[in-house]
Ligand binder design. Structure first.
Ligand code: ZN
Length: 292
């Protein structure tokens, strides 16, 4: 069977990397080696190996690979718990890279992404991996729903349908990364949005979807959220907290199409008629000093 053949190849590959790791870390010849199991936690498969030298028995666990002398732990569970803590630290550091402001601005999409990532921990069948890709699509749609504004659409054009991800992501990219100096940023936002959307759409219907494909879609979606969140927040960042005319806190960010066709972000007061154009903050580090 194809699946068994694939599993055997994967195990053989893992065995070799465990042997190489053991040779480096323990620097003792291997007397015995066998796989005793594998655990999948949060979408990551950790292989569990028992490796003995002439002198002592060890466990080697993968993702990330580490060696544990059996004498140093109560039992396998104890050692595995220790292993997971080390792994969780790596994951946590990855996660906390995103500033709260960017997370809050796209709270809905991030919630969807987290649910999709959690689902990977329990997925076994192709349909379950397809469902993760489908959830990533919902997450991308939530991104355009939260970031889109009709004023981002150039004069004379109809706003796209609410769920037209490809067109909305183009308009959003043009509005939040504007001007000649932001051309590369704009192109990057558009290209990653487009290819991630198409990847997720394909994986949603791919009959042989597996954990590698679901992981790829999750990572690509993660990258789109991070990129759009960063540029969106930077574009909106320098808005004042209170209206300078009436002191109201009811300030909102909006976008307006200028006579030349350029889309500019502005902040306006809901309490009076005050409004002000926002600088192209993504591109002017000089504005950095005014941050609270
Ligand atoms: Zn006001």
């Amino acid at each position: 069977m194809g699946a068994n053949w694939h599993d055997q190849r994967a195990e053989e590959y893992e065995r070799r990397s465990v042997e190489e790791y053991f040779a480096l870390e323990a620097a003792e010849p291997i007397a015995q080696i066998r796989k005793i199991g594998s655990r999948r936690i949060m979408g990551t498969a950790h292989g569990l190996w028992e490796v003995a030298s002439e002198r002592a028995p060890y466990w080697v666990m993968t993702s990330p690979t580490a060696l544990y002398a059996q004498g140093g732990y109560r039992d396998l569970e104890d050692a595995f718990t220790y292993h997971l803590r080390a792994w969780a630290e790596v994951m946590d550091n990855h996660d906390t890279d995103i500033p709260d402001e960017q997370r809050d601005r796209l709270a809905g999409p991030w919630r969807q992404w987290r649910q999709a990532a959690d689902a990977l921990a329990h997925a076994e069948e192709a349909e379950e991996f397809q469902a993760i890709a489908a959830r990533c699509r919902q997450c991308l749609l939530a991104l355009v729903h939260e970031a889109a504004a009709d004023a981002m659409v150039p004069e004379g054009e109809q706003p796209p349908q609410r769920d037209n991800f490809l067109q909305w992501s183009e308009h959003i990219a043009a509005a939040i990364a504007r001007g000649a100096s932001a051309e590369r940023i704009r192109a990057h936002l558009r290209a990653t949005a487009r290819s991630t959307w198409q990847l997720a759409a394909w994986a949603t219907h791919y009959a042989n979807a597996n954990d590698h494909i679901a992981t790829l879609v999750l990572q690509a979606t993660y990258h789109v959220l991070v990129s759009f969140g960063l540029i969106l927040c930077t574009a909106e960042h320098d808005a004042p907290q209170r209206c300078p005319e009436c002191a109201s806190y009811k300030l909102r960010t909006a976008y307006r199409s200028e006579p030349g066709g350029e889309i500019v972000p502005l902040v306006f007061c809901q309490g009076c008629s005050w409004e002000e154009l926002l600088p192209a903050a993504a591109l002017s580090p000089a504005e950095e000093q005014s941050r609270g």
